[in-house]
Design a protein around this ligand. Structure first.
Ligand code: 1PR
Length: 557
């Protein structure tokens, strides 16, 4: 059996290659129209915008061969945008027709009622009532009790009407909307979620396509009644690894107290070493982390980009870790120290995606971009968005869901809002050292070494406008303290934007995680120190959240 990958160079196909290899198969790239004739099965992992995907298919001369491949009855599996382009069109790119293999249009989620993009682990509940084929053919291995990783802003609404019952296989609820999360008709099976990023449950879905015979009769079955799709998006528990070279030159996971990663002078002053990045990430995958973030915390130092050790960390980690990986630190336009080469931010991100990252996180550069954004907004004669920032470059090329902004704020106490002109000031229940009842959150750059005249509210609203898909909200005052998250900061930030927010810094007990979710509504909770030091296992956090009625991904089997 010859399995082919239809790739148009838009993003992370490495995870898919790794997943296929993990299942004991090999896969060839489609490089010409002739390869469609040689292929027995094709996997089509779409990335980026709908219009970009369709254009890329046409430019490469792949659209017609793909249609013919489907018409020949050979199996195709689309993933994410690779499923969306099988429909007639999308509101994302209204002028660009889709392949029209399925009836229906892709629409944007309503962000008035929930965070968009839809990022995280959700159920895919079987809704088909059309006959499942004779015994020889197996059904795709999607389980109602499992959870799968979704990341998208557009989807096909689930109607459950007669026409849809021909192909809708599972549906998924997100907030007040229900969407088609997989389709299956004839030999075309596709998922809106990412099986290659959905742990063991996702690998089983991929295996059922690669090894199974998924032909489902094209004849419509009885109309599916609107399914009772109840399961909700789960809250993600993320493990974060701050990575740097120690004084011996070994790459280690370290962990600071309020960003200071060295032991005290009486203990020798070394960089704390909590383990090797890939080993620790593997442990967190095995223990049920829903996502893993690597932050290169010395990225402000100058190094030829190709030599950055994080590329190798990602390559190794993505071979055996099948949940989303985020990489941060040094995502910006980079000039190699010898001045020989400049890497635009989109190329830097592209190199990370090809090495196995699913998202990149931008810290310092996002602050500078936000400063420029507000300067342009103030000078009304100029465009606030000029497409030049790293956020814009990467969001346009790889989709906004691939761009995380990592925020490093610190509290600045003031006696009254008038003492911080131009800034968003909060009244705090935790007064400052001189009894100050107000504070604002100053954005820091270069790993907390330099403060800027920009507050967190200004940063996150600008970044959302520029195209960021998610905010990773640290807090320098809370980092490493085990005293709980900064609820005031998180609640205030969450209320200001409609993209997902990840709460970070300060977790010390399972109750801190539920407190952050209950009081602020964040989509994800992140911790570092307590996981590294084995003070609280990830499963204990999830058990606690479950007991509090907060939906979490079940143990992956
Ligand atoms: O500015 O784009 O090159 O990105 C640099 C990245 O490195 C940023 O994301 C920044 O947050 C991170 N970083 C830089 N210096 C440090 C440091 O600690 N000295 N780490 C640092 C940030 C915060 C979180 C930590 C949480 C949870 N560390 O990563 O994981 O606070 O910790 P806890 O649960 O132990 O409290 P650029």
């Amino acid at each position: 059996m010859q399995l082919y990958l239809l790739d148009y160079g838009a993003g992370n196909v490495r995870s898919l290659l790794n997943a296929v290899e993990r299942l004991g198969h090999s896969i060839e790239y489609i490089t010409s129209a002739a390869d469609f004739d040689a292929a027995d099965k094709i996997i089509f992992p779409g990335v980026g915008a709908f219009g970009y995907a369709m254009q890329a298919l046409r430019d490469k001369g792949f659209a017609e061969p793909l249609r013919r491949f489907v018409a020949s009855g050979r199996p195709l599996m689309g993933i994410c945008v690779g499923m969306q382009v099988l429909f007639e069109g999308s509101d994302e790119s209204p002028d660009e027709p889709g392949l029209g293999i399925f009836r229906g249009r892709v629409q944007r989620f309503d962000s008035a009622t929930k965070a968009v993009p839809h990022i995280g682990w959700n159920a895919a509940q079987t809704v088909h009532v059309a006959p499942v084929p004779p015994a020889a053919a197996a059904a795709p291995a999607i389980r109602d009790d499992a959870r799968y990783y979704f990341v998208h802003s557009y989807a096909v609404p689930y109607t459950g009407d007669c026409a849809q019952s021909e192909f809708a296989y599972t549906a998924t609820r997100y907030g007040d909307e229900t969407i088609v999360s997989s389709v299956w008709r004839g030999s075309v099976f596709s998922t809106q979620f990412h099986p290659e990023k959905s742990g063991a449950a996702g690998l089983a879905v991929l295996r059922s396509f690669i090894e199974g015979d998924l032909a489902r009769p094209a004849a419509p079955g009885p109309a599916a009644p609107p399914a009772d799709v109840r399961a909700a998006l789960t809250k993600r528990v993320i493990a974060c690894l701050d990575v740097r070279a120690n004084d011996q030159g070994d790459l280690v996971v370290t962990k600071g107290d309020q960003y200071d990663v060295r032991e005290s002078a009486d203990k020798g002053g070394d960089v704390r070493n909590l383990g090797r990045p890939v080993d620790l990430a593997q442990r967190y995958y095995d223990e049920g982390a829903d996502e893993i973030a690597f932050l290169n915390i010395t990225s402000f130092r100058s190094l030829p980009f190709k030599d950055t050790p994080m590329l190798e960390v990602l390559r190794q980690a993505s071979r055996s870790i099948f949940v989303p990986l985020t990489i941060g630190g040094g995502v910006r336009d980079i000039e190699d120290p010898d001045g020989q080469r400049v890497w635009p931010a989109a190329e830097v991100a592209g190199e990370y995606f090809r090495s196995g990252a699913d998202k990149v996180s931008i810290g310092s550069d996002a602050v500078y971009a936000a400063e420029r954004y507000w300067q342009r907004m103030a000078a009304a004669d100029q465009e606030a968005l000029d497409g030049a920032t790293a956020i814009e470059q990467i969001a346009v090329r790889y989709g906004r869901q691939a761009v995380v902004v990592s925020v490093d704020p610190r509290r600045v106490y003031v006696r009254s809002p008038e003492d911080a002109p131009g800034h968003h000031v909060l009244r705090t229940a935790f007064p400052g050292p001189a009894g100050e009842e107000y504070c604002w959150y100053q954005c820091m750059v270069k790993g907390g070494r330099e403060g800027r005249d920009l507050d967190v509210r200004q940063l996150v609203t600008a970044c959302e406008a520029l195209g960021a898909g998610e905010i990773l909200l640290n807090c320098m005052d809370k980092d490493g303290t085990n005293s709980g998250y900064d609820i005031e900061l998180i609640a205030d930030t969450k209320a200001a934007i409609s993209i997902p927010v990840v709460a970070s810094s300060g977790a010390g007990r399972p109750e801190h995680f539920s407190e952050a979710i209950d009081k602020t509504g964040v989509e994800a909770v992140l911790a570092a120190g307590i996981f590294h030091r084995r003070e609280v296992p990830i499963e204990a956090v999830k058990d606690h959240l479950r007991q509090r009625g907060i939906p979490v991904r079940p143990a992956d089997r």
